[in-house]
Each structure stands twice: as C-alpha cells, then as structure tokens.
Design a protein around this ligand. Structure first.
Ligand code: BG6
Length: 320
C-alpha cells in the first residue's frame, strides 16, 4: 500500500565538502576542500606536485623532467625499488637492473581513492584523501621481468591532509621464492635558497659519504648546512624522530619528516656541475631550490618469504 507520509531520506553522506579528484591519461590530481592539492603520475606512481592551501609548491620538479614515461621523473617523489643506486656489480638478484630499480620507471595502476575526516587542533574536521597505486610483476616490461624474475605486489598509498603528505609502500611476496630488496622514497623538497636551510636531528649519526669514496663519517653538527655537492646515506636512525629542514634565518621548521620502518636517510644535492651534467635537470640553477631528503632502507637488504609482506612509509609535514 502506498504510504502518504513517507519518512524523508536521511542523508548518508557527510555534510562536509569532499575532496575533488581528476583522473587524466597520465596522472591523478586531488584537491582538498581546504585547498591543498597533490598530483601523482602513473609513471612510477611519482608524486609530481604537492601544494599547500595558498598554492605554494612543496616539491621540486625539474623543468626538463620527462613526464611521458620515457625516463624516470626528475623531481617530486620517485619510488626507488628494489635496489638503491647502482646495483651490486654481479652475483646479486638485482645486478641486471638499472640504477634505483624499476618502480620509478614502470607504469602503475590507479587502485582508487578513499576519503576520511580528522579533527585538527581547532577541533574542526578536515577532509583528507588517500590515493592507492599498484604494481605487480605482470605489469613490468619484458626486460624488467627478465632482470628480476620474482612474483610481487606493491601498493603505494599517497595520503594528503591539510598539513602533511604521507607516502607508504606495502610490499608483498606473491611467489614461492624469497626475495631481497631495498626501498627509498626519493623526495625532492622545494626550498627557496639551499644556503638558507639546515638539517636537524642528524647529529652523532654515522653516514656514508658517496662523494668521498663511500667513506664512513660521524655527523658532528646539530644543524647540517649544504654548501657543496652532497650525497650521504645516514644510517641507523630512529624513524620516529623527525628529521627537520629548518630555516637558518629564524630556525622555523620548513619540513619535518617522520618514517616508518625506514632507518636510513639519504641527503642529496647535485650542486652546480652535476646539475649541469644531467640532461633532464633544469634550470641549471635549480639545485639551489631543492634538497633531497630520502627516507629509505638501503644500507642492507630486506628479505621477504613467500606469502609474507612488509610495509614502510614517511610523513612529511610542511610549514609547522
Ligand atoms: C640519490 C643517490 O638517491 O639519487 C645519488 O644517492 C644519485 O647518488 C641521485 O645521484 C639521483 O639518481 P638518479 O638515478 O635519479 O640520477
């Protein structure tokens, strides 16, 4: 029987404005109702842009970066997997792979988004968005499949909140052989002037200096300044202690990076000559506007058994 007074429909969706998502041929762009945005290229699942509500870009992307999939993207946050740097010369399962592995040089699948709300310090709710990307052995080029013949699944999640960007990687062994790998989240942070920044919370840590024949040193400074080509692997860090990029002028925090399961930290700036030597780096003076602070597990090898999984991640807070 038809009821004359049907109860009104109860809205099930939140009354808060929702993030917007735009999926194009080569990337996903997401914008929070509060104005922050993130762009992720399917090529390498590389985050290519992260902007705060005022439109200020937080990541450095080379003007000459190849965004068409022909080369790894120079800038943003490339994902390094399953080997960091040049692979061991021979005798290791990664030895036939290119520098920094295949993840940054493969086409990932967009798995979807989820949104959530969180309370900020003023007790107002914010909308956040998480974007998931997947890569598995079946999606690799024949060349990469041959060079690294393991069955694996990667899920890379990029989560944007009004003040932070979190990127996390879930590695799964889907085959019947264990495999070894390294991981690095190669973040190119944008800075106004490299001479005006300092890195904090690295004091007393051991680092390998790749500009000095991989010799081992102990960091003596509480505030590391970048004054020349820098390529260091800081080791055995407590991932929960934030590494801070601060302003030398007033000690304000520009970025704070906490990590999960990633105990190494690579600090890289090519400086003028190396920057000029990279065909995809531009402008030449761009090295002044970037510092790579790369959370990783690269000193040794992680190993996962068949059916096992491993997870890691980083959270970058900007303008604290
Ligand atoms: C850093 C390495 O992680 O990446 C450097 O420590 C390297 O040695 C840099 O030069 C850039 O690597 P690529 O392969 O992107 O030129």
């Amino acid at each position: 029987m038809e009821r004359s007074k049907k109860p009104a429909a109860i809205p099930v969706t939140s009354s808060l404005p929702q993030p917007t998502l735009n999926i194009s041929e080569d990337r996903v762009d997401a914008v929070l109702p509060s104005g922050e945005s993130v762009s992720v290229s399917f090529h390498g699942a590389t985050v290519t842009s992260w902007k705060l509500a005022d439109g200020e870009e937080q990541l450095f992307l080379s003007e000459k970066a190849h965004l068409d999939g022909s080369k790894p993207i120079r800038g943003g946050i490339p994902v390094v997997f399953p080997v960091f740097g040049p692979p061991p010369a021979s005798g290791h399962a990664t030895s036939s792979l290119p520098q920094h592995g295949f993840a940054r040089n493969s086409f990932w699948e967009f798995l979807g988004k989820s949104t959530s709300e969180s309370s900020n310090e003023n007790q107002k709710s914010d909308s956040n968005i998480k974007l998931d990307f997947g890569l598995s052995n079946g999606m690799l080029s024949d060349e990469f499949k041959k060079a690294w013949p393991y069955e694996f699944g990667l899920v890379y999640s990029v989560s944007l909140t009004p003040k932070s960007l979190e990127t996390s990687l879930h590695v799964q062994n889907k085959g019947d052989k264990s495999f070894e790998f390294q991981v690095l989240l190669h973040s190119y942070l944008r800075v106004k002037d490299i001479s005006q920044i300092r890195l904090q919370n690295l004091q007393s840590k051991t680092y390998i200096d790749k500009t000095q024949n991989a010799s081992s040193h102990t960091e003596s400074s509480p505030e590391v300044a970048i004054i020349s080509e820098t390529d260091r692997v800081y080791q055995s860090l407590d991932p929960t202690v934030p590494v801070i990029v601060s302003s030398a002028a007033d000690n304000s925090k520009l970025f704070s990076i906490t990590r999960e399961a990633l105990t190494d930290l690579v600090v890289w700036n090519p400086w003028i000559e190396k920057a000029k030597g990279m065909a995809d780096f531009g402008p030449d003076e761009g090295y002044k506007n970037m510092i790579c602070v790369e959370a990783g597990s690269v000193s040794g090898w992680q190993s996962i058994e068949p059916s096992d999984a491993w997870e890691c991640g980083q959270t970058i807070h900007a303008k604290l």
